[in-house]
Design a protein around this ligand. Structure first.
Ligand code: SIN
Ligand code: MN
Length: 299
């Protein structure tokens, strides 16, 4: 899928693009059907809401679920990002966020690149999210909220919030959010929240400030996020476990456009379980790990 010059200009100005109903109900069916069994698994890759059994985020389904492995290679999701970066991309994170009916908790105001820089030492902001709605998203079930144009500020000050929700996040304080919203138009467009049917897609800049409220409605708001990073911009530190911040920087090879309705062979390296190595962490930058490893190799 190629972006038009108008879309490229809009992305540059606003920091996001919204594609309502980009995928058909038929394309979404297999993905939706696979979610309950994935969420039922008692594994580290299912992060549950604080004090609840509801899944907040499922990580890495593209490594153990065939429908999601095909989605992770979908040209409608991956090609626009390669076009914007003029480079191949790898999968930095793959998440199926639940935001389940009555239980889905907030995502505090943040920039994704803030976390990728502070935790993973990703060198620049050449990475972004592409989200696809598995459920209809409306004003009641906790839609994503964006501050248009906030990506132009680059990385803003953030604090590591380990208490508000079950998932640690580098969050932006309320004074700065107020200023950014005012600058973006205040009550006239200072916050936007793209809503639409299942199958709609959002692509957004890694410095775009965003959040979502809790879901007090009776409707789930399951969405998938591909966080795609330019290969040359791969992370330089493995402080977070591999199941959260990936260490395989292989460029994504897209499948044909009909890959959600036709079966194509895909690799499922974690189909028999997550390897123990995916939980290992290291505080040192990877160039130092290599140096240490080389130092102990006998000449
Ligand atoms: C995120 O910001 O990573 C997730 C937000 C959401 O799913 O509402
Ligand atoms: Mn985010």
């Amino acid at each position: 899928m190629k972006l038009t010059p108008q879309q490229i200009e809009q992305f540059d100005r606003e920091g996001y693009l919204f594609f309502p109903s980009l995928f058909s109900p038929g394309e979404m069916r297999t993905l939706n059907e696979a979610v309950p069994a994935l969420y039922a698994r008692r594994e580290a890759f299912n992060v549950r809401e604080k004090g609840s059994d509801a899944v907040r985020t499922n990580f890495d389904a593209h490594l153990y679920s065939e429908p999601f492995a095909r989605l992770a290679r979908h040209p409608r999701m991956v090609e626009p990002v390669m076009e914007l970066f003029e480079e191949e991309v790898y999968m930095h994170q793959f998440k199926i966020n639940g935001k389940m009916a009555f239980e889905g908790d907030v995502w505090q105001w943040h920039q994704d690149y803030g976390t990728w820089l502070n935790d993973d030492m990703m060198p620049t902001e050449r990475a972004m999210n592409v989200a696809i709605f598995l459920d209809d998203v409306n004003e009641y079930n906790g839609p994503l909220m964006f501050i248009p144009g906030s990506h132009k500020k680059g990385v803003v000050e953030a604090k590591h919030d380990l208490t508000t929700t079950s998932y640690p996040l580098w969050t932006v304080d309320h004074d700065l959010i107020t200023k950014l919203v005012d600058r973006a138009g205040g009550k006239n467009g200072g916050i936007v929240s793209p809503k639409g049917p299942a199958g709609s897609m959002i692509l957004f800049h890694s410095c775009l400030v965003h959040a979502s409220t809790s879901n007090l409605s009776p409707w789930n708001r399951v969405s998938v996020y591909l966080s795609l990073c330019a290969v040359s911009n791969h992370i330089r530190r493995f402080k977070r476990p591999e199941y959260i911040a990936h260490r395989d920087f292989t460029p994504i090879a897209c499948l044909p456009d009909d890959c959600l309705v036709k079966s194509y062979p895909v690799d499922l390296p974690w189909k028999n379980g997550m390897p123990a190595s995916a939980l290992a962490t290291s505080p040192e930058p990877i160039d130092q790990i290599k140096t240490t490893a080389q130092a102990v190799i006998p000449a």
